[in-house]
Design a binder for this molecule. Structure first.
Ligand code: CTP
Length: 407
């Protein structure tokens, strides 16, 4: 996978810079052409000669050295992958906000190649809201993030922030180059909770944040899909995503009627209201008129309609937020709504589902179940998309098996 690939290895100023030497060596051993770029901070931790000796070409440290007047565009345009290990809080912030302060951040902004960043810093810094927000922003733009590990940090502290193991960094680089398994496919993802109006100011809503749906949509973009997101949220989407903003179940239904016929994969992560006020009032209901009686009516089950009218080439995925009998309930939804996969979670469990940054799910398919234990929603998204790819490839093998040898 790495053979012949041109990789810009950015090294920024943290103690983990010494581990980047091992990353460099592994990339070169795997046949990659590695162009190392060090920030001035990185040179306080390791010598540039070390990288020049190990990499495929001498290290670059500045925009202004050497004969190339535009090293950032030369390197950025020529790269198959830009890998930053370690990535400091400063480099993450500069990249997230488009600040081209040195050669490395210029390359990050100038490249159209996939980018993998491997943050490493003290736990307090990693957990700072500014760093968290920058990570989320980069993730939402399709940047691959290799999260740091927990362990011993500089100065003897213990906590999350240690650069991922070099083998894992190289594996992430391979994935970033290989993971184009949704190339050419159109994926529709719904996200967020619908809001059903009672009057001009009040709504019936639910606790869905939309984070899981958006994480899935970004994972699909990273893997080469054309993605349409039908969302009720304000969460960001990468520029490559077609975004349709909706509020109610009825608006979501209209949007889906337009986009589902051309979809290869439909992922209904949205929490669609099951009931809505039958008669929404135009103005505001004044409390002087007494407690109003709100009569509810059922909404149409959008997923069930999609499942029952599906085209054979389509893969249809539903979600099930449960508080008990998770697998039994999910399996009955799988069958009733004619789905390929149900992503089920027990929303009563700690750290799971609504409003959390983490999730734990059971993937329920016709052939069996698979548990994805508690992890970030981005990591759950990887597992869900992996499962969809598996289901699609087993369907293809079945179809191939049905072709008679005499045909
Ligand atoms: N869904 C939908 N339209 C609705 C309600 C739900 O498309 N009106 C979709 C959700 O997007 C989700 C799945 O159906 O993918 C889960 O629905 P859920 O409400 O949990 O299941 P129900 O069939 O309503 O069953 P129950 O209320 O018994 O849990």
């Amino acid at each position: 996978m790495l053979e012949g690939k041109r990789i810009v290895l950015g090294v920024s100023g943290g103690i983990a810079a010494y581990k980047a030497i091992e990353v460099c060596r592994r990339l070169v051993d795997a046949g990659a052409h590695v162009s190392p770029v060090m920030t001035s901070g990185a040179q306080h931790f390791v010598g540039s000669t070390t990288f020049s000796a190990l990499a495929s070409e001498p290290v670059r440290t500045s925009l202004w050295e050497g004969s190339d007047p535009i090293p950032h565009t030369t390197l950025g345009q020529g790269a198959d992958l830009v890998l930053v290990a370690p990535a400091t809080a400063r480099v993450l912030a500069a990249y997230a906000h488009g600040l081209s302060t040195d050669l490395l951040t210029n390359i990050l902004i100038a490249t159209r190649a996939p980018v993998v960043v491997c943050p490493a810093m003290h736990t307090e810094m990693w957990e700072h809201p500014a760093v968290e927000a920058n990570i989320e922003l980069l993730r939402s733009r399709g940047v691959h993030i290799v999260e740091p590990e927990a362990g011993r940090l500089a100065g003897g502290d213990i906590g999350k922030g240690r650069l991922a193991d070099p083998a894992d960094v190289v594996a992430a680089a391979e994935r970033a180059l290989a993971d184009r398994d949704l190339e050419g496919l159109h994926v529709v993802v719904t996200a967020g909770g619908t809001r059903e109006p009672i009057d001009a100011v009040r709504v019936i809503a639910n606790r869905s944040s939309g984070k899981q749906g958006h994480a899935i949509s970004e994972e699909c973009v990273r893997r080469g899909a054309n993605v349409t997101v039908v969302t009720t949220t304000e969460l960001p989407t990468s520029p490559a995503v077609e975004r349709i903003q909706v509020e109610t179940a009825s608006e979501m239904q209209t949007a889906l009627n337009n986009v589902v016929p051309r979809a290869d994969i439909v992922i209904m992560a949205a929490a669609v209201a099951d009931f809505r006020p039958r008669d929404s009032v135009d103005g505001k209901i004044k409390k002087a008129g007494g407690v109003p009686e709100v009569i509810l009516e059922p909404t149409p089950d959008l997923l069930e309609a999609i499942g029952r009218n599906r085209h054979p080439r389509q893969t249809i995925v539903g979600f099930a937020a449960e508080t008990c009998d998770v697998v039994t309930n999910a399996r009955s939804k799988l069958e009733r709504k004619c789905l390929d996969l149900v992503v089920a979670n027990d929303v009563s469990a700690e750290g799971v589902g609504f409003a959390h940054g983490t999730n734990a799910v059971t993937l329920v398919a016709a052939v069996g179940e698979r548990d994805l234990t508690l992890r970030s929603k981005a990591e759950i998204a990887v597992g869900v998309v992996d499962e969809i790819v598996r289901i699609r490839s087993s369907m293809r093998s079945l179809d191939a098996g049905r072709v008679s040898p005499t045909n």
